[in-house]
Design a protein around this ligand. Structure first.
Ligand code: AOF
Ligand code: ZN
Length: 384
């Protein structure tokens, strides 16, 4: 963080980042953004981008006070300089008479960017961008992942015991984590375009793959199941009528026609080439991207997770650890031989949900090209 910021500035910027997170599930593929207006060492108003297509954070915060002249505006993202679905924030900030703008992440959009410079040109004191690009990316991974990327952003969620298992012997349906952790999973689900599980998981659990918490997703996530052998039946819970885009069943090319005939309009059947271990995962993800899926949350099981990790396709890990031991014969979260790759960094501090703990790890892709063993001391990214 730049030395020009005092403690109050840092507190306001951190607050902007925190309230921006309230947009989860409602603003994507837009970024989550928060803004705070302060004067004389006191916060006068705050706002966040609440809805995709709705007013930006800065505008919300400015509208909440009668007079912002001479105040400082803190934003978690550089104020936009473009007229999109709403007029440019930079112009509204200048018009309101804001004297100083402090922002965290640089706006990467070619049309949207340049708000900081534009404001400087109008005599506003501007401080930003601040902090590390890797921290901005981790805060809004979907937004920074890349527009037009060939593959969706992929997160893998695993709920496991302290001895590293996702289920005890013969007990696939046993819940290891408690209700608070499961509620958090539903909140997380609401922010993703698609929820993916492998063959063993849907055959054992028959999951619905929907977001069923208090947070109603703007677009319900699409269920995606892998079915290499073409065994899915129309009665599966994920294939029952639901809001949002049709579920996807990915299968081997030789099974696609029969599966389409069996499932009818209940699912979109996608043929994916096979590899020795199962369906080829990179082509699967490219097929999902071609169908408009920008973000995927894979919820296992361990075998699919290990394949995705081994192929270097996982961008984020959500690891829920339950304070239980499963003992011999459990299904491992990371089956023997799982290749994790280097560059996993903890995101923020672990968070408790009831008795369970969530640890989020982000993959720093610069390690993909680093020479073996080049693992410098890992910094712990905290926002602001
Ligand atoms: C800001 N403040 O709160 C947000 C910004 O579709 P639109 O017109 O709403 O514009 C979305 C783009 O604006 C989005 O892709 C990103 O570049 C920027 N988002 N900018 O100044 C905000 N949400
Ligand atoms: Zn804006």
């Amino acid at each position: 963080m730049s030395p020009v910021l005092n403690d109050f500035d840092r507190r306001c910027l951190r607050r902007a980042i925190e309230i921006g997170r309230r947009g989860w599930g409602r603003v994507h593929p837009n970024p989550m953004v928060g803004a705070v207006v302060a004067r004389a060492g006191r916060i006068a108003s705050e706002g966040w981008h609440e809805e995709h297509g709705g007013p930006h954070a800065e505008i919300v915060a400015l509208k909440r006070i009668p007079d912002a002249a001479g105040a400082t505006l803190y934003s978690s993202l550089e104020p936009c300089a473009h007229r999109g679905k709403t007029p440019p924030c930079a112009a509204a900030i200048a018009e309101a008479g804001i004297a100083r703008v402090v922002y965290w992440a640089a706006e990467p959009g070619t049309r949207e960017g340049g708000g900081g410079e534009w404001l400087r040109g109008r005599g506003v004191e501007v401080e930003g961008p601040l902090g590390e690009e890797s921290a901005w990316r981790a805060e809004n991974p979907f937004f920074f992942h890349g527009r037009g990327a060939r593959r969706p952003y992929l997160a893998l969620k695993l709920a496991m015991s302290l001895d590293g298992c996702i289920a005890p012997r013969g007990g696939r349906n046993v819940w290891l984590t408690g209700p608070a952790a499961r509620a958090e999973v539903h909140r997380l689900r609401a922010g993703f375009d698609a929820l993916l599980v492998g063959g063993r998981t849907w055959e054992a659990d028959d999951p619905r793959l929907t977001a069923r918490g208090p947070l109603l997703p703007r677009i319900p996530p699409r269920g995606v199941i892998l079915d290499r052998r073409g065994r899915a039946q129309p009665e599966l819970r994920v294939l029952q009528p639901r809001d949002g885009p049709r579920p996807i069943v990915a299968t081997a090319p030789g099974r696609a026609v029969a599966l389409r005939n069996r499932l009818g309009g209940r699912a979109r059947v996608v043929a994916v080439p096979e590899e020795p271990g199962g369906l080829a995962l990179a082509p699967l993800l490219e097929a999902l991207a071609a169908l408009g899926t920008k973000t995927v949350l894979c919820e296992g099981g361990g075998v699919l997770g290990a394949s995705l990790l081994g192929a270097g396709l996982v961008d984020r890990l959500y690891l829920f650890a339950a304070p239980v031991l499963v003992g011999a014969g459990g299904a491992p979260a990371f089956p023997a031989g799982t290749v994790l790759g280097e560059g996993w960094r903890p995101r923020l501090d672990p968070v408790k949900f009831g008795r369970d703990t969530l640890v989020v790890l982000d993959r720093d892709r610069s390690f993909d090209s680093a020479p073996p063993g080049a693992n410098p001391e890992v910094p712990h990214p905290q926002p602001a």
